[in-house]
Design a protein around this ligand. Sequence first.
Ligand SMILES: C[S@@+](CC[C@H](N)C(=O)[O-])C[C@H]1O[C@@H](n2cnc3c(N)ncnc32)[C@H](O)[C@@H]1O
Length: 190
Amino acid sequence: MKLADKRGLETDVYQPAEDSHLLATTASERIDDGDFVLEVGTGSGYVVETIADETGARAIGSDLNPHACERARDRGLEAVRADLLTPFAASTFDAVVFNPPYLPTDPDNEWDDWMEHALSGGESGREVIDRFLTDVGRVLSPDGVVLLLVSSLTGVEEVVERAGEEGFSAVAVADESFPYETLTVLELVR
Ligand SMILES: C[S@@+](CC[C@H](N)C(=O)[O-])C[C@H]1O[C@@H](n2cnc3c(N)ncnc32)[C@H](O)[C@@H]1O
């Protein structure tokens, strides 16, 4: 089924937007060519492709949405269908990058399609982020970093606090303000 994304385009796959650009640019400045990088929730593959092109790093994408994996593969990228980090082995990646579904949504008003998976972070806006934070330390190499995009709509302080509970310290390394939200890229290190 084809569905409308937040900019009204008909698609099964999230199309790159301001959040994608901010994450792609910030990650490309912080990743080195020898790194092995995972982008969780790759969507169209735009972010992981930018990182690979700009840095020379080996970068792969993953997504729960099979249409997204297909779209990323059409761009010549490696894409794994996965629920967050489930299939990935311990201590594998030098960097994990994620532009998560982060909009707080009313549980009575969910829309049950691939665009909901791309946008909805559940009632708090942090349900997918919290699951991600619980497991991401497992797949990181000892000096690995996480670059996580969050929005003022999601609650940046709450994400920082949750990351702290998982043993990460978080620093905001980029932000950009729009009339309806401020986007921030958090860098998490242990
Ligand atoms: C906001 S979109 C970002 C897409 C792309 N990375 C970008 O920045 O343009 C979030 C993506 O996360 C994916 N996603 C949502 N829940 C997921 C999960 N549990 N495991 C893997 N991917 C997930 C969605 O399918 C969607 O492609």
